[in-house]
Design a protein around this ligand. Structure first.
Ligand code: NAD
Length: 365
């Protein structure tokens, strides 16, 4: 394993290479200005090293933004591991990854992401303590964070619905795309809040369950964007807000859990131009990382709840800033996040401890 500098965007890029276990990939550290770089470990097929490196860098930057906007004492990082094209021992591979994390001495904290599981993190934990997403112990934060992500999205949606429609969720219809870990739980919370639901999910058994449990109307996956709903909640794939989607969507508010919803930042401008309020994804879907952070930092479940329930307030700061600056909400969030990271970096350069600068949207723990 060796480390190389990667230009101005990343603080550090670590190449992962261990021929014995088949480990190959990168750890990208975008920022440690607010604390150790935290972000999950993605395990999937990449055609080339360059593709894996670019993904790690992009995702690490995204984690810096998400963490700072959640008011967490964490920077942003991400690991990507290439799925080996020959048979491999999963435990051995993730142990080797854990050794690489350990060598960074706490500069990077890992957790689950696409393609990795709690079992994989248990393998990582054999080699390092700088890992979260492990099974819950004694009622403390840990385990699958999806219900916290769903709660954060729901409280953000409540606030945004007041801004956009001046109405509570009980008077609105929400189109939920994807009923996986987060989407299904979000439907439960929205149903409890009295919202009407239209759902789309390729796994027919999940859609059928939601139809019965939440009195939801089932839509074809292709038609959901044009369904007669007030709110669109993407909880499946990234990149779902394309130019075309923005031009044809019927909903006037977008608020959901999926990461990287906007196919490009120009789509944010297009949505704003059509009077569609976009609740920036990384501001509203931070419940998962708040839980992961609490697990690592030793915070209680009550603190997690408090921070997740404040998601609506943090979103309001972004929406108010967008309004004052007359810019689309995605640009408002990016600007606030970048400014906070730059301020913390400057404070570091001045030799002041970074934690003397509060995140722009910090909330009390
Ligand atoms: P998941 O894999 O459990 O669920 C995704 C669901 O979407 C699946 O049921 C899948 O069948 C469905 N789906 C796929 N294509 C679809 C389509 N075209 N239309 C409708 N449904 C479709 O994932 P998850 O953990 O629920 O996460 C959902 C999204 O939220 C992802 O983008 C994830 O990155 C993001 N996210 C999740 C968390 C978390 O805590 N799990 C935290 C932050 C962000």
């Amino acid at each position: 394993m060796h480390s190389v500098n990667h230009g101005p965007k990343l603080e550090r890029l670590v190449r992962l290479e261990d021929s014995k276990s088949g480990l190959s990939g990168y750890i990208a550290i975008h920022s440690t200005a607010y604390g150790p770089a935290a972000g999950g470990c993605r395990f999937k097929h990449y055609e080339t090293d360059a593709e894996a490196e670019a993904d790690a860098a992009r995702l690490a930057e995204g984690m810096s933004y998400k963490n700072v906007m959640a008011g967490l004492p964490l920077g942003g990082g991400k690991a990507v591991i290439r799925l080996p094209d020959r048979p491999f021992d999963r435990d051995q591979l993730f142990r080797a990854f854990g050794q690489a994390v350990e060598r960074l001495g706490g500069e990077y904290i890992t957790a689950e992401d696409f393609g990795t599981s709690m079992d994989d993190m248990a393998s990582v934990a054999k080699a390092t303590r700088h890992v979260a997403g492990l099974p819950v112990k004694d009622g403390k934060p840990g385990g699958d964070p999806s219900h916290w992500t769903a709660l954060g999205v729901k409280v953000a949606m409540e606030q945004a619905a007041q801004v956009r429609f001046g109405k509570p969720l009980s008077e609105l219809t929400v189109a939920v795309q994807g009923l996986g870990h987060v989407g299904f739980e979000l439907c439960r919370l929205l149903h409890q809040a009295g919202a009407k639901l239209i759902i789309a999910e390729p796994r027919a058994e999940l859609a059928a369950r939601a139809a019965v449990e939440f009195d939801a109307q089932v839509s074809n996956c292709r038609n959901l964007l044009t369904a007669k709903a007030d709110i669109f909640a993407p909880c499946a794939l990234g990149g779902v807000l394309t130019r075309d989607a923005a031009l044809h969507m019927r909903a006037k508010l977008v608020c959901g859990a999926a990461n990287n919803q906007l196919a490009s930042s120009e789509v944010g401008t297009l949505l704003a131009g059509r009077g569609i309020l976009y609740a920036p994804d990384y501001v509203v879907n931070a419940g998962g990382i708040i839980n992961v952070a609490a697990e690592y930092l030793g915070h209680s479940s009550a603190e997690v709840k408090h921070r997740v329930e404040a998601t609506g307030e943090r979103l309001m700061e972004v929406l108010n800033f967008a309004d004052r600056a007359s810019i689309p909400t995605n640009r408002a969030a990016d600007t606030l996040a970048r400014d906070a990271i730059t301020a913390a970096r400057l404070a570091q350069t001045d030799k002041a401890p970074a934690n003397t600068v509060q995140p722009a949207l910090a909330i009390p723990a």
